[in-house]
Design a protein around this ligand. Sequence first.
Ligand SMILES: [Zn+2]
Length: 231
Amino acid sequence: MAQGEFKRREMSGGITTGGRELSGKIICGECGGVYGPKVWHSTSKYRKVIWQCNGKYRKKGKRACSLPHIKEETVKQAFVEVYNGMVENKGNFISVLEQSLAGGTKSDEIVVALAKTEEQLGARKQKIKKLIDANARSAMDQKKYDRDYAALAKEHNRLEAEIQRLKDEKLLWDTRLVYRQDFIRQMKKYGKIIPEFDIGLFNGIVETVIVKEKNIFTFVFRDGTEIDRKY
Ligand SMILES: [Zn+2]
């Protein structure tokens, strides 16, 4: 979490910013699209901000996402409840997070998978080299050679892409690990019940809010913790 989010909240009692404060944070659980804001009755006292999946309008002709639009207030209220739930259950919550750090982390798992995939890639490289050498030494059936080469090259590229994906994932989880350590520290020090939505706190600790069917939000925190909330 960004250093100081908790402190800022302590001092200012919340920060108000206009309109687009949840931008980029709300994700559609059906298509993966980002929810965008729409202001209803913008000039009246019934002014209300609702968020809807932007993916709906991009894929023309296809069935739109079935997930409903949501009111901004609903997301904010759900965050307050989730956060206060964590604070009320602070002791348990922190101990679960601490245990997760003490045991094998997700990053450790990825390191193992990465080593295995790199070994497989090494083996494919050897095979490709052998095939090329064999082809240079003796007259091979060129159609068979091309076929074998294409198959090995395809597998080689798949493994390379997999290694890149694992490296990206490791980077994400390494970052989340730092957030988790910081989150534990900040929660111990400043974690208190909040009376209302706080954008500084929200941005400091929430990575995304995924809208799911059956009226459920999944709050994905920056440390990788996921908490479902009915709304
Ligand atoms: Zn969608």
